[in-house]
Ligand binder design. Sequence first.
Ligand code: MN
Length: 134
Amino acid sequence: MTAKIMIVEDNEMNRDMLCRRLERRGYETCFAADGLQAIEQAKALLPDLILLDLSLPEVDGWEVARRLKAESCTARIPIIALTAHAMAGDRDEAIAAGCNDYDTKPIEFQRLLSKIEGQLPSSERISPAAPSAD
Ligand code: MN
């Protein structure tokens, strides 16, 4: 079974790049471009994992995480927070808001992949033998 990863990112270039790289790796992807869309789409599509930019229009990433973790249908979806802010407090705030892990931008794809795989059940991970140009 292929895991579906939802990318929540308001920067179109970053979003498209991440979608492409994850799809090339073998994951299914879907996306949201702001916080409200993220909440609606997460409930509608029930992805296996969410990559969540913290700095988002409409509703910020911390609030998105709090709302998804408060809903029974989305509470168990692992969330990896992504932020460009190299602030020490961001990680703690993201975890306090319910995020399961955290990574910083600019994205180092291999590092992010290992965090993604660390959050997915082994049956949903892409095998390490899968071809990857990354
Ligand atoms: Mn952003």
